[in-house]
Unconditional design. Structure first.
Length: 93
């Protein structure tokens, strides 16, 4: 099983997050860099992949909190619809 660790700490915009996802997940060049395109690419995965998300310790002042919540839901929805995908949330204490 392929393992991909995602850590959004230090990323300050939706665009940076989407570029990071495209690179880490090795999405094709035509990846649309939005949540719908993320879902589409994740549900197209044909080999077993584990995504481990390193959760920030605190997001109280993070202006991306709403977007990250939507992104996490997108990952979990894709996991539900693709048996080759496993998503784990890990919080470094």
């Amino acid at each position: 099983m392929k393992k991909v660790v995602l850590d959004f700490n230090g990323l300050d915009s939706k665009e940076e997050i989407q570029e990071y996802l495209a690179e880490k997940m090795k999405f094709p060049f035509y990846y649309g860099r939005n949540l719908d395109a993320l879902y589409d690419c994740l549900t197209d995965i044909c080999e077993p992949v584990a995504i481990v998300l390193n959760m920030p310790n605190s997001r109280e002042d993070n202006h991306l909190e709403f977007y990250l919540d939507k992104l996490y839901r997108t990952l979990k929805d894709a996991e539900q619809d693709n048996g080759n995908l496993a998503v784990f949330f890990w919080k470094n204490s």
